[in-house]
Design a protein around this ligand. Structure first.
Ligand SMILES: [Zn+2]
Length: 299
C-alpha cells in the first residue's frame, strides 16, 4: 500500500476515486469490521463504495500497486459482506489474524476512526470541526486551526546484562506467570532514549548504558507508536518497584526456554512487538510444550 498522501488534498481526485469500479472500502463501526476466511487465511471483507450505507464518513487510506484506491468508511451499521460468509472482528482479535497488508490497513483505519470520534470539537475554541485532507485533518470553521491525528510514543526495552541474560517483568495487574519486557510512555519534552533509561530505572531498578531502536509498531489504542529498543544494563542489579511491576527476573536463554516450555512463564502473543523483541534476543521461537500451553494473553 502507498498512502498517497499527495492525493489527500485533491478533492476532485478523491471524488472520482470513490466512483471507480476497482475502489475498495473497509467499513468500520466502532472499531469493528468484517473479515472472511479464504485459502490463504483471514482477509478484510472489503466492499465497493456503492455497498456502503449513506451517512458515514470516508477516509482515504491509499492506493495499491495496480492503482486501485482504498478508503475506510466510518458508519454506524456495517454493510453486508460481499460473500455472505464473513464474521465481525476488530483489530487484535487473535483467532482471525490478518496478513501484513490487511493488518496495516486496519491499524490505519482504526486509528483514524478513533481520532475522529473524539475530536469533533476544536480544542482551542470549542466550535465544531470538519473533516479535510481525505480524513487526515480536521479544521475548525470558527478559528481556522487545522488539527492532526496525534500519535503517542511508548518505549519497550529488551534489557540485557553483561552475561547476555535478559530482564523480564511481571506487572502487578497481571497473573504472576505472565512476563514481558519493561515498557512505558514517553513524557512531554523527553527523548525516546531518555524514556528507556527512566522507565528501566523506575520499574525495574536497572541502570542502562547504550540503547538501540530495533523495531517499531503502530498500535491505535488510542494512538500509540511502540518503539522497540535493546538496552544494555550497566550492572545486574534489578528490583521491581512493587507498584507497576510485581517481579523482575533475569533469564539465560536456557532458563527462559525451560520456563516457557513448562508454563512457569507465559510471554505475550507473537503478534506483539514485546514478544518479537524477546525472540530476537533468544534467536528463535519460544513456545510452551503442548500439554502446558494455556491461552495466549494480550497486553
Ligand atoms: Zn477553533
Amino acid at each position: 500500500m502507498d498512502r498517497a498522501a499527495a492525493r489527500r488534498e485533491d478533492a476532485g481526485w478523491l471524488r472520482a476515486a470513490w466512483e471507480r469500479e476497482n475502489t475498495r472500502v473497509l467499513p468500520l463501526a466502532g472499531g469493528r469490521t468484517r473479515v472472511s476466511e479464504g485459502p490463504d487465511g483471514w482477509r478484510l471483507a472489503l466492499v465497493r463504495p456503492r455497498d456502503c450505507p449513506p451517512g458515514g464518513t470516508r477516509y482515504f487510506l491509499g492506493t495499491d500497486g495496480t492503482g486501485a484506491a482504498y478508503f475506510a468508511y466510518a458508519t454506524g451499521r456495517l454493510p453486508a459482506p460481499p460473500t455472505g460468509t464473513a464474521r465481525v472482528a476488530a483489530l487484535g482479535d487473535g483467532d482471525c489474524p490478518l496478513g501484513d497488508r490487511d493488518h496495516g490497513m486496519l491499524v490505519h483505519a482504526t486509528a483514524l476512526e478513533n481520532w475522529h470520534r473524539n475530536h469533533g470539537r476544536c480544542p482551542g475554541c470549542g466550535d465544531p470541526t470538519t473533516v479535510e485532507g481525505g480524513g487526515h485533518v480536521r479544521r475548525c470553521a470558527a478559528c481556522g486551526v487545522e488539527h492532526h491525528p496525534r500519535t503517542d510514543p511508548a518505549v519497550l526495552m529488551l534489557i540485557t546484562d553483561a552475561g547476555d541474560r535478559c530482564l523480564l517483568g511481571s506487572r502487578t495487574r497481571w497473573p504472576a506467570h505472565q512476563y514481558s519486557v519493561p515498557a512505558g510512555y514517553v513524557e512531554p519534552g523527553e527523548t525516546a532514549e531518555a524514556a528507556v533509561r527512566r522507565e528501566a530505572a523506575e520499574e525495574a531498578g536497572v541502570a542502562i548504558g547504550a540503547v538501540r531502536c530495533v523495531e517499531t509498531e503502530a498500535h491505535p489504542f488510542p494512538g500509540s507508536l511502540m518503539l522497540g529498543y535493546e538496552a544494555d544494563a550497566v550492572s545486574s542489579d534489578a528490583r521491581a518497584d512493587g507498584s507497576e511491576m510485581a517481579a523482575v527476573r533475569w533469564f539465560t536463554r536456557d532458563a527462559l526456554a525451560r520456563a516457557v516450555r513448562t508454563g512457569d512463564v507465559a510471554l505475550p502473543d507473537r503478534r506483539y512487538l514485546a514478544r518479537r523483541l524477546v525472540e530476537r534476543w533468544y534467536g528463535g521461537p519460544l513456545d510452551p510444550a503442548p500439554e502446558s500451553a494455556g491461552a495466549p494473553w494480550t497486553e
